[in-house]
Design a protein around this ligand. Structure first.
Ligand code: 6PG
Length: 468
């Protein structure tokens, strides 16, 4: 039996429901299912008047769909995704498509696609970014998998996605786990930029003694310029928010222990696997981990003396240096993420078009920022650009703010205000533009203790020295 609904959605948490409403608002009929009756009921109420079916079982959902069927799922990454696939498998036919819209680990996506390949059922891993409001009003969607299967759902995804200058923030990215990989690195960049904003906040608060209102004004000012971005915008809103109970800025009432679902850590881990440096992401993950050691930090603050002293000198001058340092560091963090994607594309055979990645990140997603327009232009001019820092305009923007970045990094070091993301970005930039690094000494040491051999600057071949 075949129904007439255009697309299905399994998993009707807030993200799933909002995506259903978004898709239905664009005139597509959607069948939704969740094993939790209260979620199903919530969708029924929210979707009243729209072409939306609340299915009572996966079987009812599948039989309501037009063939070939397309079923999206938005459930937590890990075993729940396998469980939904297990439910759907006996109900679907060759040519049908399952789309995992969650933050699945890319190797799981590869495994699932392979597992389904024999059955003729297509599988697509599609990263969806933008949180609740993105899902409702237009997310950035990063699909990978079978290109033919993408054609089945292209019109739905393009209608639901955010738009910038008429372009939908979705495009087919590449085979297998390409979409989930791009989403993972998106989140790595998200972690790095969040950490840079947090370090800026700490420098303003501890270093300059600014109030929440003053910090709000400073970040608001940055957000008017070249660094304009969604993450700065929400930071301004956050700093304005007063706690109803205490009258304090709400941010001051929040425990300083950051949680994480894992995508930032995966980005760092896979950058290591690929041998591609991603120190801003590493620093961001490390600082979230360190923040979780609250009781040890409290003990260490007592035993070792708390960090953070006031900054001497002009406040306005430092704020202006910080603004420049922030933008330089953000450019460098995006550079790490894009270079990571380039390496992953070559190593895993994704064939990524980085101009397209920058294009679909300009709207809807958490890392949307004015900078992405410039990054997109750089790849349009040179699609095989190894690193955006080699683009004249982008490299120049970072270069001209480099003194500010080193001023901020040294002020942070002097004040003992931990700012590893700023420092990592500075060191990456300086390392990347070093014609000569001290790796010659490391090679000598490796050869000394392990006879690992080295290459010479003046001759071909490999050499070993009896060092003692
Ligand atoms: C997005 C977000 C989204 C989610 C993060 C949170 O792009 O919409 O990245 O996917 O909010 O996964 O990640 P952490 O819990 O790891 O901070």
């Amino acid at each position: 039996m075949s129904g007439q609904y255009e697309i299905g959605m399994i998993g009707l948490g807030v993200m799933g429901r909002n995506l259903v409403l978004n898709i239905a608002d664009h005139g597509f009929s959607v069948a939704g299912y969740d094993k939790d009756q209260s979620q199903l009921q919530a969708m029924r109420e929210e979707a009243a008047g729209r072409p939306v079916l609340a299915a009572q079982s996966p079987a009812e959902l599948v039989s309501a769909l037009r063939q070939p069927r397309a079923v999206m799922m938005l459930v937590p990454a890990g075993p729940p995704v396998d469980a939904v696939i297990g439910d759907l498998l006996p109900l679907l036919k060759p040519g049908d498509l399952i789309i995992d819209c969650g933050n699945s680990f890319f190797k799981d996506t590869d495994r699932r696609e392979q597992m389904l390949a024999g059955s003729g059922i297509h599988f697509m891993g599609a990263g969806v970014s933008g949180g609740e409001s993105g899902a409702r009003h237009g997310p950035s969607i990063m699909p990978g998998g079978s290109k033919k299967a993408y054609g089945q759902v292209q019109s739905v995804l393009e209608a639901a996605a955010a738009r910038v200058g008429g372009d939908p923030c979705v495009t087919y990215l590449g085979p297998r786990s390409a979409g989930h990989y791009v989403k993972m690195v998106h989140n790595g960049i998200e972690y790095a930029v969040m950490q840079l904003i947090a370090e800026s906040y700490d420098l303003m608060k501890q270093g300059l003694g600014l109030s929440a209102a003053q910090m709000q004004a400073a970040f608001g000012n940055w957000n008017q310029g070249e660094a304009a971005s969604f993450l700065l915008e929400i930071t301004v809103d956050i700093l304005a928010r007063v706690d109803d109970d205490t009258g304090n800025p709400l941010v001051n009432m929040i425990r300083d222990e950051a949680k994480q679902l894992g995508t930032g850590m995966w980005t760092s881990q896979d950058a290591m696997n690929l041998g591609v440096p991603a120190p801003a992401m590493d620093a961001a993950v490390a600082m979230r981990n360190l923040s979780a050691f609250k009781s040890e930090r409290l003990a260490a603050a007592g035993a070792l003396g708390g960090a953070g002293h006031g900054l001497e000198g002009g406040r306005d001058q430092f704020l202006s240096r910080l603004r420049d340092a922030f933008y330089a560091a953000v450019i460098i963090a995006y550079a790490q993420g894009m270079a990571h994607l380039k390496r992953a594309s070559d190593s895993y055979g994704y064939g990524l078009d980085l101009e397209a990645v920058a294009r679909i990140w300009r709207g809807g997603c958490i890392i949307r920022a004015s900078l992405l327009e410039t990054i997109r232009a750089a790849y349009r001019q040179r699609p095989d650009l190894p690193n955006i820092l080699l683009d004249r305009e982008i490299g120049g923007e970072a270069r001209k703010r480099l003194d500010a970045l080193s001023d901020v990094a040294s002020a942070a070091a002097r004040l003992h205000i931990p700012s590893p993301a700023f420092m990592a970005c500075l060191a990456y930039f300086d390392g990347y533009r070093s014609a000569r690094l001290p790796a010659n000494l490391i090679q000598a040491q490796r050869d000394y203790f392990g006879a690992h051999k080295y290459e010479r600057v003046d001759a071909e071949g490999v050499f070993h020295t009896q060092w003692t």
